[in-house]
Every structure is written in structure tokens, then in C-alpha cells.
Write a protein that binds this ligand. Sequence first.
Ligand code: SAM
Length: 248
Amino acid sequence: KGTVVLAATPIGNTADASARLVTLLEQADIVAAEDTRRLYALANRLGVHVGGRVVANHDHNERGKADMLLDEVAAGATVVVVSDAGMPTINDPGLAIVRRAIERNLPVTCAPGPSAVLDALALSGLPTDRFCYEGFLPRKHAERMQHLRALRAERRTIVFYETLHRIADSMDDLLAVFGPDRPMALCRELTKSYEQIRRGSIAQIRQSVIDEPPHGEMVLVIGGASEQEAARALGIAVDRQTGDGAGD
Ligand code: SAM
């Protein structure tokens, strides 16, 4: 039997590519890439010759591709799965092949490396002992508000991915739901030469987004609710359910 290998790629700094990634790209029988042009661009920057077959494995064809790739694994091939940046499966393709490999009892392993979640969390200065990853917030305001309200009592540090198009609206909604004082960090262009971490309260970061709109890729890290905030948020939720008027 061969193996599926999920391989992390750099999120902005080519030098973060691991020695293992380089070997895998050189030696894989098949590289399943989210975007084949981006894979070749990375290989060029690394000075790597991709020896095996390269196939596209993006969100739209992933499920269909998984069985075809796993037939090759069953026949002895090493299939390396890469996304455009960071860890495959983390808001990127890869999960379909992992699930099918588990179902088919075929080996799957990981060559770990950069991922914006952990990079941002570690740099945020907020508690790292317990955290939750929320991916991208919903695009629509009403859904975003609902999603954030459901997190009001969350005690763990919360990590969101965000885009420059929505950051201003998201900051308004974060302020409305979590209030002005929660500590947070806006981490942008991680590992790149213009890396910038803005740390402060939600109100301060919102103001900084208005004064100096952030460009590039970004991650938001929000401090979890204090015990009092969580109790208050849960109290309100209980009130709504029971209608008994207890709480504040
Ligand atoms: N699989 C990737 C990972 O492991 O981080 C995430 C892919 S997701 C489609 C892309 C999002 O990740 C961006 O919109 C941004 O929120 C975050 N991201 C990726 N690279 C980043 C970087 N260098 N700096 C800040 N955020 C980054």
C-alpha cells in the first residue's frame, strides 16, 4: 500500500517550507494540488523538480477525485495533498480524501508546517491553553450577528479568518456583540516582510481599521469571555428560553 500525505506549504515566506515538503514534492508519485499553477510557482521558488503527476484537487472536484487518488494509493502510490497555503483541510481542500482514506482503511499521514491559525494565536498574546477556531465568519450581516451571539459565552480564545473586504463590517459586529473592552489581536501578512500584529481592545482595533484599513491576509484573535461575561450571556439565554425574568 502507498500513503496519502497531507503536506503544509508556506503561508507567505518560502523559507518556511520544510525539508520534508521538498522531499515529498520531489518524490511523490502524485501531487494533488488545490491550484496546479500555484504548486509549480512554489516548486520554482524552492528550486524543486516535481517528479510525479500533478492533478488538481480543489473544493469543487474533491469528492470525485478522492476515490481515483485512493485507488492509486491502494496500488502503492504516495499521494501528496497540498493547498495554496498552509495546512490542507483547514479552510482548504483535503478533508474529502482523509475521510475516504479512513473509510477505505488506507494510510494517511501529515507533514505538518505553517498554518495561520496557530501562528496568529501564538503571536496574539491571548491565552493559548484553550482556544477555538471558527474559520471565516458568515458573509451576511444577520448570519454573522447570529453566529457571534452564539459565541458570547465562549470562555476560550476565539480565532477567525477574515478578508480585507469584510474586516470593517466584522469589526462593527464584534463591537456590537462582545462590547468594546475585550482584548483582541488583528494579525496580518503573517510570515511576510510586512507582517503586522495590532493588539488592543475591540474598540481600539475597530478604530485602527477605520483610520488605517488593513491590507492583505488577516486573522482575528479575540479574548474569551470572562466568568462574569459568560454568566451574563448564559443568563440572558436562559431568560429567553424560560421567560422567567431571572438574570440581569
Ligand atoms: N489552510 C490555510 C491555513 O492553514 O492557514 C488557510 C487557508 S484560508 C483559504 C486563507 C485565509 O487564511 C486567509 O483569508 C487568512 O484569513 C488566513 N491566512 C493565510 N495566510 C495568512 C497570512 N500569511 N497572514 C494572515 N492570515 C493568513
